[in-house]
Design a protein around this ligand. Structure first.
Ligand code: ATP
Ligand code: AMO
Length: 467
């Protein structure tokens, strides 16, 4: 910390946020390392020439430099820097790599919110600001500069934190971290949204989820498994919450009596993640939410996550004026509407819908013992948007084959890529359930960001495969 070096000379590498010549004899620079900035000053004297001052005052923004200087207590707090009580009195400055001028994107611009795509031109400017807000496309086209912004660095610090906390919690609960193949012989979530791949002289597919393999590992007697890995979806969904490549946080476990044991683990897992994010990543979370004026994420005061039966959700929506039948799937606007109703009624942005209609779930989902039109399956929501799907799975190969044949569209249980999966249940597999979370969605809705692409370093969507 700079505080430990007051009145001492230090040498460090950093980059230049901006440099400005105040006069022929005086120049200021804002220097940055990671999320911290400090002001540096250089004044001409008998030891420092005016040329040196001029040189320092004109270093191009974003250049990487090595500075030697004296750490001094600032005469008054420096508002433009994150380290406000100290400054650096430059003695030497070496430009390691000079940044080109002009930059294709200003890092300052990347710190500002995205424009509301539909807003009128004048609304796209911040109050009092001259420059219009820069579009997401321009930012993503220049992603290596865009990512330098503190807000973006913070998003990925939080994202990394979610993974670490996920693993930490589940490791303690006895889950084994596994890596399942991403090149598959068959679609794992039904046929439609799969990327086809030429695999030597055969056809293969990119994994749409680790579903088959995490279940096959339960059949292999790994009682509890988790995975953090890429998921590929050939969905032509140009929305703010769909990617064609995202990160799945998956888990699968054997249960003793009832699949609600697994829901309990998933709920406790998410509550732990939220609690720890609030402690370990408060600075980053607060910074990001302040830029987008996002409300705090509300958790149930009782500590109990509402488990709302799907039919109850339908009822709440109907009472609020939506037209829905008992076994209808919810549209995205209806999901968001339900999110607002749940927030009003239970005071939480995090909740679960349980017992979904069987017809709208994948073929491997266990039908409900109480109503054959329902299933032992659930979705988790944050701020009214889905972050996780999960279910009890069918662990009997006969029932699974039957359900696959009856599924819309039908799946051949004897297909080249499905047979091994179906067969693994012939040799004794315990009852099990699990779930899959979309990591980028958790980060997006935790922070209240307007677009999932902001939560992927180099996002892939139907329009974008570069950079
Ligand atoms: P899951 O696949 O588990 O259902 P999901 O949230 O991605 O998760 P999808 O079924 O992919 O759900 O899509 C859910 C909703 O997203 C759809 O009902 C639809 O309202 C919306 N959606 C999907 N693609 C588009 C699109 N191209 N344009 C507008 N909305 C879309
Ligand atoms: P599902 O298809 O619902 O379930 O996916 C699980 C979770 O992944 C996220 N997600 C996405 N995120 C970004 N872009 C997308 N295109 C996208 N599609 C899905 C969502 C979703 O809740 N095998 C089951 C999981 C299970 O039952 O264990 C599955 O893949 O957050």
């Amino acid at each position: 910390a700079v505080a430990d070096h007051v009145d001492n000379e230090i040498t460090f590498r950093c980059w230049v946020e901006n440099a400005r010549s105040q006069s022929a004899k005086l120049a200021f620079l804002n220097l940055r390392q990671n999320l911290s900035t400090i002001q540096a000053v250089i004044a001409a004297s008998d030891k420092l020439s005016k040329q040196m001052v001029k040189f320092c005052g004109t270093v191009p923004t974003e250049s990487t430099i090595v500075v030697t200087g004296l750490v001094k207590r600032a005469p008054e707090p420096i508002k433009s820097a994150s380290i406000q009580d100290y400054e650096i009195h430059i003695k030497k400055l070496f430009i390691e790599v000079k940044a080109e001028v002009p930059l294709p994107l200003q890092v300052d611009d990347a710190e500002r919110p995205l424009p509301v795509e539909t807003a009128a031109e004048e609304e796209q400017k911040e109050e009092g600001g001259e420059r219009p807000l820069v579009s997401l496309n321009t930012r993503l086209n220049n992603r290596t500069i865009d990512l330098r912004a503190k807000i973006n660095q913070s998003i990925f610090v939080v994202k990394s934190g979610v993974c670490a906390i996920f693993q930490e919690f589940l490791s303690k609960k006895g889950f084994t971290l596994v890596q399942t193949p991403k090149i598959l012989g068959a679609a794992s979530e039904g046929g439609a949204n799969v990327f086809e791949l030429k695999y030597f002289d055969r056809q293969a597919y990119l994994a749409q989820s680790p579903q088959f393999y995490k279940q096959m590992l339960i059949a292999s007697r790994f009682q509890r498994v988790m995975e953090i890995g890429p998921v590929f979806r050939a969905e032509n969904s140009n929305t703010a919450r769909h990617l064609t490549e995202f990160t799945g946080l998956d888990l699968e476990m054997e249960f003793q009596e009832h699949y609600h044991e697994v829901m309990g683990v998933l709920e406790d897992l998410m509550l732990f993640i939220f609690k720890e994010l609030n402690v370990r990543y408060k600075r980053e979370t607060d910074l990001i939410r302040s830029v987008y004026h996002v409300d705090d994420f509300k958790l149930p005061e009782s500590g109990k996550v509402p488990r709302i039966p799907f039919t109850e959700g339908i009822k709440m929506l109907r009472e609020a004026g939506e037209e829905l039948n008992d076994y209808d799937d919810l549209s995205t606007p209806q999901e968001k509407h339900l999110g607002r109703l749940v927030l009003e009624k239970y005071g939480t942005d995090f909740y679960v819908l349980d017992q979904f209609p069987l017809a709208i779930r994948p073929a491997y989902t266990m039908p409900s013992p109480h109503d054959p039109k329902l299933s032992n399956s659930y979705d988790f929501f944050m701020r009214g948007q889905e972050i996780c799907s999960g279910a009890q799975r069918i662990h009997d190969s006969e029932l699974l084959s039957k359900q696959m044949r009856q599924h819309d569209p039908p799946i051949d249980p004897n297909g080249a890529g499905t047979k091994d999966y179906v067969d693994c249940f012939r040799y004794g597999c315990p009852p099990h359930a699990g779930g899959g979370f979309g990591l980028e969605r958790i980060v997006q809705f935790w922070l209240g960001l307007p677009n999932i692409r902001m939560c992927s370093l180099f996002p892939r969507d139907p329009q974008r495969v570069v950079p």
